[in-house]
Design a protein around this ligand. Structure first.
Ligand code: C2E
Ligand code: CA
Ligand code: CA
Ligand code: CA
Length: 278
């Protein structure tokens, strides 16, 4: 039997250990957070390992709670997904990320792309195609600058329906990345059936890629398979020189991780970009 992924582990370790009273308090606080607009987006750069060129950023949500301070997404996304709150919050994330990308362009970084995490529920319970089209129209972001990060879990749901939705999104001109690749249980066969652009190798493989032969083998295999299939590869959670060296040797890989920058608020991210000319 395979082990639970880091993400589902985080889900259990936070959500399942919450007592009923705590859970209720969290839900109430989240409803207030939506009403009061307590969410912000942080941005983490994606950098080409061989050239150092910054190709884009991933938008990552944070909850600025008036008393608790900055709450990381693993602590509240599962609770949002349990109810319907993931929809208003997910729509806000998409709109804010697209608007921020337009601002980043205006600031002089005209080729920066933005990646947004989309929860499976947003695909399965709402018309995500209309949402994305309307959001691009409203913000004025050209579609080619938007990448949607989806999870492997989505790819095993209702394969034909999901493939149809992804095809419509592709038609809009956005690109599609599979997040946390290798931690889920999607069949490799599915990869050929979905119109994907990018595979993001999960941090779990990168963290010990320089010590552990199996992680190195998986990373090398994913890169080589992606290359053959014409897919782009992003390695996430890159923190040190040894990992960077390993990935550079693999060739044409984009990296994301603390090695280059932690996720930053928009103003700090812009300053970081200014200091890292492509
Ligand atoms: P993810 O999509 O896999 O995002 C990458 C996570 O790894 C981020 O955590 C990021 O801060 C962290 N990270 C990046 N580089 C490094 C590194 O070098 N070392 C280490 N130790 N960690 C690194 P974060 O921001 O806490 O997000 C956690 C998860 O929450 C995300 O995982 C994503 O699944 C979810 N999430 C975040 N924002 C959104 C959102 O707007 N919508 C949805 N649906 N999910 C989101
Ligand atoms: Ca992601
Ligand atoms: Ca990821
Ligand atoms: Ca991850």
């Amino acid at each position: 039997a395979r082990q639970t992924s880091p993400k589902s582990y985080a889900f259990f370790s936070t959500e399942m250990t919450l007592r009923a009273s705590e859970r209720l308090r969290l839900e109430t606080a989240l409803r207030h957070a939506v009403d009061r607009g307590e969410f912000v987006l942080f941005y983490q750069p994606k950098v080409e390992a061989d050239t150092g060129r910054v190709e884009g950023a991933e938008a990552l949500i944070r909850w600025m709670h008036p008393e608790w301070g900055i709450v990381p997404p693993d602590r509240f996304i599962p609770a949002l997904e349990e109810g319907d709150l993931i929809h208003p919050v997910g729509e806000w994330v998409l709109r804010e990320a697209c608007a921020a990308c337009v601002r980043i362009h205006a600031h002089g970084h005209a080729d920066m792309r933005i990646a947004v995490n989309i929860s499976p529920k947003q695909f399965l319970e709402r018309d995500v195609v209309t949402l994305v089209r309307d959001t691009l129209d409203e913000t004025g972001l050209p579609p080619a600058f938007l990448e949607l990060e989806i999870t492997e879990a989505l790819l095993v749901q209702d394969v034909e329906r999901v493939a149809g939705i992804l095809a419509q999104l592709k038609k809009l001109g956005v690109t599609l990345a599979v997040d946390d690749f290798g931690t889920g249980y999607s069949s490799l066969r599915y990869l050929a059936e979905f119109p994907l652009d990018t595979l993001k190798i999960d941090r779990a493989f990168i963290v010990d890629v320089e010590h552990d032969r199996k992680s190195a083998a998986i990373t090398t295999m994913v890169q080589s398979m992606a290359h053959t299939m014409g897919l782009h590869v992003v390695a996430e959670g890159v923190e040190n020189d040894a990992q960077i060296d390993f990935l550079r040797n693999l060739g044409c890989v984009t990296v994301q991780g603390y090695y280059y920058s932690r996720p930053l608020p928009e103003d700090q991210f812009l300053r970081w970009l200014d200091a890292h000319p492509a």
